[in-house]
Design a protein around this ligand. Structure first.
Ligand code: NAD
Length: 417
């Protein structure tokens, strides 16, 4: 894994590359390459043994020209200021790609949640929520889950905000449990948009998803649900991995059973006595469809030379380095970018927020139907840009479409002061 690439520099390079195909001045472009605001704070929390724990925490608000800042909160030891800035930028462009009325934000705490008890995690999360309070709100900045956070953390943040503000505000976060104002379909939404994007891509390329073999790197929320939904479309999931390693079965794994095994044991390795491989082997497996669903920079230029898949659908944010992207474009591997493929999470977050504001809730079927429409429309917008402007790849098409939408919103609003 190439961990030495700075994700914020990757984001800026992607924006520059897209701008080269657009009529936009460097002065205006500079505004869209950096966050508007970054909170960096040190949380001080009493741990169970009575000692004081300190934790670096961040919230980046990248761009709010199209609506409230929107984006997840990550708990991971590798969280840095630059990573959070990059992820917030990808959120701004992702919301624009799927044309939902949000800007981009992202937050994180540098910690490994496995090292802390439940009560410690709750105190850390509530301390972070208190720090966020002046910045967030249902009309200003709306956090959501990301790596190692979920409904539990969202409910704590909502509870803290509501207590401090003496109000009820379910729309302050998305990704909540249903009982706390969450949406049907939200848990599955990212995996579902990965499946929908793959389906659109295979249909665009004139091949049948039902005949495809699939490898999934990262068997968490996004990866395991994408695997299960792809299996339901008839595809054969032959390899999956998590941080402990990869399992492979050329006859197809049972995606749901692997997920259950991981829930019980904590990892996919050891599942069903099938062949085990290294994480790098999974990324270069001879499959039709590769789904990186772990962390950023999973595939660098060297690894990209050995990728055997015909199509990559990015469930993770930023899983390819820019150099890897160039190699894959040269090798005619179709890469469906993160800003489209994993946009189901933010799209159903948007539906959740709409329901919270209306205090009126939709069925799962309605959520899934609306999501399908959003992804299909976004895919059509991307393929139009890809073909009409003769762009080198779908990522470029996504950034050209998104950057245009964000710049238009900014220019229509004008500058102040
Ligand atoms: P998660 O914590 O549920 O799962 C991550 C998985 O990746 C885990 O199984 C972990 O073991 C595995 N992993 C970590 N390092 C690995 C490695 N080196 N090789 C193989 N596997 C490895 O997280 P998630 O919510 O599924 O998020 C995964 C990615 O999808 C992230 O990039 C996240 O930003 C992106 N994403 C998630 C959502 C969402 O709604 N969950 C939405 C948009 C984007």
């Amino acid at each position: 894994m190439a961990t030495d690439v700075n994700p914020f520099e990757s984001l800026q390079e992607q924006i520059d590359d897209a701008a080269a195909h657009m009529d936009v001045g460097d002065d205006v472009l500079a505004r869209f390459k950096r966050p508007e605001r970054v909170l960096e704070t040190t949380l001080s929390v009493t741990l169970d043994d009575g000692s004081l724990g300190t934790f670096e925490a961040y919230r980046s608000q990248f761009n709010g020209d199209r609506g409230p800042y929107k984006g997840g909160i990550r708990y991971h030891p590798n969280v840095t200021r630059d990573e959070v800035k990059a992820l917030s930028g990808w959120m701004a462009y992702k919301s624009a790609v799927v044309n939902i009325p949000y800007g981009g934000g992202k937050g994180g705490i540098a910690l490994d949640p496995k090292e802390y008890s439940l009560t410690e995690l709750e105190r850390i999360t509530r301390s972070y929520a208190a720090e966020l309070r002046p910045l967030v709100g249902p009309d200003t900045d709306i956090p959501a889950p990301d790596v190692n956070t979920g409904q539990r953390e969202m409910n704590w943040i909502k509870g803290t905000y509501e207590t401090l503000e003496n109000t009820t505000a379910p729309g302050i976060v998305t990704g909540k449990a249903i009982e706390s104002g969450g949406s049907e379909g939200r848990l599955e939404a990212t995996g579902r948009s990965v499946m929908l994007t793959a389906r659109e891509a295979f249909s665009y390329l004139g091949t049948d998803l039902a005949d495809a073999t699939v490898a999934v790197q990262g068997y968490g929320n996004a990866g395991s649900i994408a695997a299960r939904l792809l299996e339901a479309e008839g595809a054969s999931v032959v390899a999956v991995s998590d941080s402990s390693g990869a399992v492979y079965d050329e006859n197809g794994l049972d995606a749901g059973a692997v997920r259950e095994y991981k829930t019980e044991t904590g990892s996919v390795t050891g599942y069903g006595g099938v062949e085990e491989r290294s994480n790098d082997d999974l990324l270069t497996a001879d499959v039709d469809l590769l789904i990186p669903a772990a962390l950023e920079n999973a595939i660098d230029a060297d690894l990209a030379e050995d990728v055997e898949a015909d199509v990559i659908v990015e469930a993770a944010n930023g899983p390819l380095t820019p150099d890897a992207d160039d190699v894959l474009t040269d090798r005619d591997v179709y890469v469906l970018p993160d800003v489209l493929a994993n946009a189901g999470g933010v799209t159903v977050s948007y539906f959740e927020w709409v329901q919270n504001r209306q205090r009126f809730y939709w069925s799962e079927e309605q959520v899934n139907d609306e999501l399908e429409t959003v992804i299909a429309n976004a895919f059509a917008d991307l393929t139009s840009a890809f073909e009409d402007q003769d762009l080198p790849n779908f990522r470029m098409a996504a950034y050209v479409v998104a950057l245009r939408r964000v710049i238009d919103a900014y220019e229509q609003g004008g500058n102040w002061p």
